[in-house]
Design a protein around this ligand. Structure first.
Ligand SMILES: [Zn+2]
Length: 350
């Protein structure tokens, strides 16, 4: 999902996403390494909880007193059966070696320009136009050897990736972790406006710069790094974990997620996952703490075009507004059906 909706800089056209320049937490052209670590922690603990007995852990304790009764919060969970692995892994997170590794993994991923844009020809028509994804797959294989030794990998429609980390109890519904491999394109005419080139993956000591450093190679690399680290500490899940990485999310996902979804249904059945975690809305600062807002549900979208024909007249003296009723009915229908709508109403005088 592209959250990159700020105004385009001069020189960029509407098919290109905006260029990011300055170093600021909310700008997605680059990502702070602490975000990488945070997202990693966010993934690694839930993965261990999947097989564990849970117990109340530490509370944040910083939410306003007045909000507590309005919106009671459950206590954070912490692994018990795997407490030792959790401790070791969290210790690893504190190390410079891990920081270097996370930086290298994400930076390397950013350097592969897996851009998708609306005029990209469909995969079957021009496979060569998508060849960056083949390079990206080789990179993942080289960077995460344990993942590729231990998990079953299926490619769907050539570049869609589905990994299965088979759990010891196959009666449990698996969980699904999703991310996308592609990034919004960079208008070549604006490259000189970047502080660091968009596919440099440059690390300035605090930030990793470039397309995909946030959306969504951060998510994809964090998932693989979390599993690679857990595997290196001999962790094996009880519940199966499935990873699904599409490759054209920024242009609606018809060739990636659109093909992966029926594959998952065919392979695992209807209503076969315990839950899913996807890209979501990112990280937000709230109550003095950093919160992750992952996607925990999926919805489609619904385009509605409404052409309204009314009696003639002048727009300064419009007729009775009965067309409004049907417009709102349609919009409500779309909303109810898809949870999201994008209406393109047109008003035509004759
Ligand atoms: Zn995205």
């Amino acid at each position: 999902m592209s959250n990159e909706q700020s105004p385009l800089l001069p020189g960029s056209s509407s098919i290109f996403a905006p260029v990011r320049k300055a170093g600021h937490v909310s700008r997605p052209g680059h990502v702070s390494i602490w975000r990488v670590v945070f997202v990693f922690c966010f993934l690694v603990i839930p993965l261990m909880l999947l097989i564990d007995v849970e117990m109340p852990g530490l509370g944040f304790g910083s939410e306003p007193e007045s909000a507590k009764h309005l919106c009671p919060q459950t206590e954070p969970l912490y692994p018990v059966a795997n407490a030792k692995v959790a401790q070791t892994v969290l210790h690893v997170l504190d190390s410079h070696a891990f920081l270097d590794r996370a930086v290298a993994a994400l930076s390397g991923a950013v350097q592969i320009a897996t851009e998708t844009y609306d005029t990209l020809p469909p995969l079957e028509k021009d496979p060569n136009a998508w060849k960056e994804f083949a390079s990206f797959h080789l990179y993942l294989k080289k960077t995460f050897p344990l993942v590729h030794d231990s998990l079953k990998l299926t490619t769907v429609n050539t570049y869609g990736l589905v990994y299965e980390w088979t759990g010891s109890d196959t009666d449990l519904k698996p969980v699904l972790l999703a991310a996308h491999q592609d990034v919004v394109p960079v208008n070549p005419a604006t490259i000189d406006q970047w502080t660091h080139p968009p596919f440099s993956g440059y690390f300035d000591g605090e930030w990793i710069w470039g397309r995909g450093s946030s959306d969504d190679k951060l998510g994809l690399i964090s998932i693989l790094l979390a599993i690679e680290t857990l595997l290196s500490h001999k962790f094996q899940p009880t519940r199966t974990v499935v990873l699904a990485f599409g490759f054209d999310e920024e242009i609606s996902g018809t060739q990636g997620a659109g093909k992966i979804a029926p594959y998952l249904e065919e392979t695992y059945g209807r209503n076969s996952f315990a839950f899913l975690v996807d890209e979501g809305a990112g990280l937000v600062q709230q109550y003095g703490a950093l919160f992750a807002a992952p996607g925990i549900g999926e919805k489609g979208y619904f385009d509605v075009r409404v052409d309204v024909t009314t009696e003639g007249g002048h727009s300064s003296i419009p007729p009775a507004n009965h067309h409004t009723v049907s417009f709102w009915c349609l919009r409500t229908l779309a909303q109810a059906k898809a949870g999201y709508w994008h209406t393109v109403p047109t008003y035509r005088h004759i």
